[in-house]
Design a protein around this ligand. Structure first.
Ligand SMILES: Nc1nc2c(ncn2[C@@H]2O[C@H](COP(=O)(O)OP(=O)(O)OP(=O)(O)O)[C@@H](O)[C@H]2O)c(=O)[nH]1
Length: 381
């Protein structure tokens, strides 16, 4: 971890909102980006193949990537033919008939993607970044997010493709000290899940997989797919990291942590990751301040211990929240790992989304009912 990583960051973007006017599309001059994650062979390239050839009206730049600790995985490229030169490889930008761009750069880092977007901005409506099968999306999302105010990109959502046939096995891969494995981390961080390869499993197995996924992350939008075919309009403008995200919070008001239920789904595996959903009453200004202080102590990796919590301390991978204040204003909290941001929605929810009820949702390791007690008692609710 570098020194820079030690500096906790609170992005106060109250005044830097998505500018949504209640419609679904972004209207600020940033290029929205989707991170595509999923275990080896789940169907990520199959989804990109579909996106790059479908008729959706977006000029999408697809970036193949190789972040971090996956050097043992061969970089691969999409197999699209350049209409002008069928023998050309996709090592550089390739323009496809439907206006999409394919840039298959090996080892393309965050900065390289930013640079590519800056240079091609007038040609791109959307960026899709495919992460390698063993990548943990959280630090990557965090990297983009931290850069968001300066760069040309805005993170829209993380989409995870799950191989329904092999998910049970992937979940069961143990890591030392009950650490979450890659499959769990990918599901925990995602906003949308494709339960793919449903043609290869029985309805009973599919139900087991769906239950396991919901145990790890109940905040997901789930699609059951064959060959990663999903309604593409459900892939864009999700605003999972901006104010429109509040409606995606689960409506369950109870704690749903491993400590309370038997979570031994998907071939007997007990997930290292769990979720708590803590309902919030309407908060006074001082209660809201206390909630903020609690989040800082909980999420930032500093000296301060989260009030009221003993070891093992929660290791939160994802935070989502929606609060209403006595003055009638609202707040949306979004967090990935140790970074969180608070936004003030201005009526920008997706059309058709339900009205969210105020709550805080935490997803991570050692996340259980203790967190609910500690938060409630610190905030005084
Ligand atoms: N039967 C079946 N096969 C599928 C489905 N989706 C994808 N596949 C096949 O599964 C294999 C892996 O799919 P990819 O799209 O390459 O998977 P990936 O996630 O990009 O794989 P990595 O890049 O290696 O992590 C390919 O042979 C696909 O044709 C599906 O729904 N059903």
């Amino acid at each position: 971890m570098s020194e820079d990583d030690d500096v906790p960051q609170l992005l106060d973007v109250d005044e830097l909102q998505d500018g949504s006017d209640g419609g679904d599309a972004y209207d600020r001059p940033k290029v929205p980006m989707t991170l595509l994650t999923g275990y080896l062979g789940a169907g990520k390239s199959t989804l990109l193949d579909y996106i790059l050839t479908a008729d959706h009206g977006y000029r999408i730049a697809v970036c193949m990537n190789d972040f971090g600790d996956t050097t043992d995985i061969e970089a691969k490229s999409l197999t699209f033919n350049n209409p002008d030169d069928p023998n050309a490889t996709t090592d550089t930008m390739l323009t496809l008939p439907n206006g999409c761009l394919c840039c298959s750069f090996k080892d393309m880092g965050i900065q390289a993607i930013e640079d590519m977007v800056a240079a091609q901005k007038d040609k791109i409506d959307w960026v899709m970044v495919e992460l390698t099968g063993l990548a943990d999306p959280a630090p990557i999302a965090r990297g983009f997010w931290a850069n968001e105010e300066m760069g040309d990109l805005i993170l829209d959502s993380i989409v995870c493709v799950v191989d329904s046939k092999n998910f049970g096995k992937q979940l069961a891969e143990d890591r030392p000290d009950n650490e979450p494995n890659e499959a769990e981390k990918q599901v925990a961080c995602a906003d949308v899940i494709l339960l793919n390869k449903t043609d290869l499993v029985t309805p009973a197995t599919l139900k087991e997989v769906a239950d396991s996924v919901a145990d790890i992350n109940p905040t997901l939008r789930v699609f059951e797919t064959v060959k990663s075919r999903m309604p593409l309009d459900s892939l864009f403008n999700l605003k999972a990291y901006t104010s429109g995200a509040a409606a995606a919070l689960p409506e369950t008001e109870s704690c749903c942590a491993n400590g309370e239920h038997d979570h031994d789904h998907a071939h007997g595996h007990r997930s290292a990751i769990s979720t708590v959903s803590i309902p919030l009453p309407v908060l006074s200004a001082s209660q809201w301040d206390k909630l903020n202080g609690f989040l800082e102590a909980l999420l930032w990796d500093g000296e301060e211990r989260p009030p009221g919590l003993q070891d093992p301390l929660p290791d939160v991978l994802r935070t989502k929240g929606y609060a209403r204040l006595e003055d009638g204003s609202e707040r949306v909290v979004q967090g990935v790992a140790d970074m969180f941001e608070v936004t003030t929605p201005r009526g920008g929810k997706r059309s058709g989304d339900p009205e969210p009820s105020p709550k805080m949702v935490f997803i991570g390791r050692n996340v259980d009912e203790r967190l609910g007690y500690a938060l409630r008692s610190h905030v005084g609710i």
